[in-house]
Write a protein that binds this ligand. Structure first.
Ligand code: 4NP
Length: 160
């Protein structure tokens, strides 16, 4: 059985699809595609069915050389059982995920993405939606760092 990762932000059109696509890229490079599976979701219903934001996709294309794939969906309670690790992009996303688990049964599975950063000191992946292009570039840089740290963490822990 593959190890399953779920990346979560607010809209599922900027940060979490970027994290999913970047992580898939690193997984592919490491030859682990059969062993680690990624998905993403939003805590809100705002953009259900939408592809990744154009500005986010442009930043990914420019900085990473690939397009972002995906279609937004909303986080749902069944995701707690479905996934092994749930990565929240910021504190608000983290709280909103935990509200859906009132007994705290799945709390251990939920982590803050920036906890896996090795080079950047930020505690959250800032929401780029209402800002300029530099915000989208920063999301890519931060997520490259955090996804690298996350892959190392999973590999070190052993994931079967
Ligand atoms: P995301 O960015 O959570 O990284 O996908 C946002 C997308 C949409 C909105 C806010 C943040 N919005 O308010 O519609």
């Amino acid at each position: 059985m593959a190890y399953k990762l779920l990346f979560v932000c607010l809209g599922n059109i900027c940060r979490s699809p970027s994290a999913e696509n970047i992580m898939n890229h690193l997984i592919q490079e490491s030859g682990l595609t059969e062993r680690i599976i990624c998905d993403s979701a939003g805590t809100s219903s705002y953009h259900i069915g939408s592809p990744p934001d154009r500005r986010m996709s442009a930043a990914a294309r420019q900085k990473l050389g690939f397009k972002l794939k995906g279609q937004a969906r909303q986080f749902q309670s069944s995701d707690f059982q479905e996934f092994d690790l749930i990565l929240a992009m910021d504190r608000e996303n983290y709280q909103n995920i935990l509200y859906l688990d009132p007994t705290g049964e799945y709390g251990q599975k939920v982590r803050i993405m920036c906890d896996f950063c090795c080079h950047y000191d930020l505690k959250e992946v800032p929401d780029p939606y209402y800002g300029g292009p530099e915000g989208f570039n920063q999301v890519i840089d931060l997520l490259m760092d955090a996804c690298g740290g996350l892959l190392e963490h999973i590999t070190n822990e052993g994931f079967d």
